[in-house]
Design a binder for this molecule. Sequence first.
Ligand code: AMP
Ligand code: MG
Length: 411
Amino acid sequence: MAALPQQPTILSFEDARHVVERHATEVGPGQVETEQLLASTGRVLAKPIVADRDFPPFRRAMRDGYAVRARDLTQLPANLEVIAEIKAGATPEDLPAEVRPGQAAAIMTGAPTPDGADAVVMVEYTSLSRSRVTITRAVESGDNVASIGSEGRQGDVLLSAGARIDYTAIAAAAAVGQNSLSVFRRPEVAILSTGDEVVEVSERPGPYQIRNSNSYSLAAQVKEAGGEPRMLGIARDESQHLRRLVQQGLEHDLLLLAGGVSMGKYDLVEQVLAELSAEFFFTGAQIQPGRPIVFGRAREKYFFGLPGNPVSTMVTFELFARPMLEALSGLTPRKLTFLCARLKSEIKTKTGLRRFLPGLLSGEFERAEVELARWHGSGDVASTARANCYIVIPPDRERIAAGEWVAVMRR
Ligand code: AMP
Ligand code: MG
């Protein structure tokens, strides 16, 4: 029998996460492809979005009101002659040659500010009588006028490659006239479940068998994180079968295994990977659920051995596999951040592990509240599905009182 991984290395959560983050800087995205503007939502930008002209391209009024010379308003109320009305979409011919001292032009949001005027007074501070306007509030030069190029000069990078294309990126692309975007190809992520007791969803399970939920939850997480899942099915708890599928998995960009990494006699994942000369960066993290998580590299591909209990599989994907997948997608790396919420009822636990326990986030606006979901351990998919977050409990806390702030990982 071949050797087991060099030395079992069990890291703190933070150290384990940093190890993954460091390795994630070693990988890059695949090829670049072109996608229609809207279809690129959720993908990763491969080429920057560049301003095709100055933004804004003209001195854009930011409010409905009157374009004025700010200096005309040093004495209030001021009474000015209204010489024009300028609508959004006005043509150059619609504009007065100049707004001269003592004059103003009625102007609408989005319209070009005429020469001579250097500010817009909001209509709320004015009253119009025939062709004269009385203004009761002063402005400073530049107020309510977006100057040419203030948001970006022609040729400026508005958004760099490596950004996730969300609705704000879509807006930036649309604003510069890009009907399509260059995006990175989605990384292919092989998903392999293990276990003699595990049967496919479509099969009728025997009395001591359970259905394969892990391959599907992982595939959904992979998709959500921007990857392309490749389902390798279920490996039996038998070295040869497992090895064949692991080898197949290592042909993809990333390999996720679920199950078979605990201390049981038939937990063969590490052994099989060691036989394939894998390097192991860690073989456990001080977390619950998910303590036996394994991270390594074989045949120049990274793999994660995720513990098979369904909630462990889900949580360890989020904590460790996601940043690697994001790096393979070309996404600029980002740190893991948690929200804070007030604990609704006391939590008692044991020290030693950082815990990510299914929770129910509620409350409203600035008053986020959270409580533990009632669950029956890391096999309990149903309560986790009814929860909406994970409460993060530091390893040194035995008791957290109601009303204390706790960290929350959103789902
Ligand atoms: P393991 O990590 O292989 O020791 O499995 C831990 C627990 O998770 C056992 O109760 C398994 O039956 C269960 N399990 C393993 N793989 C799956 C899977 N693909 N779908 C659902 N449950 C699983
Ligand atoms: Mg197993």
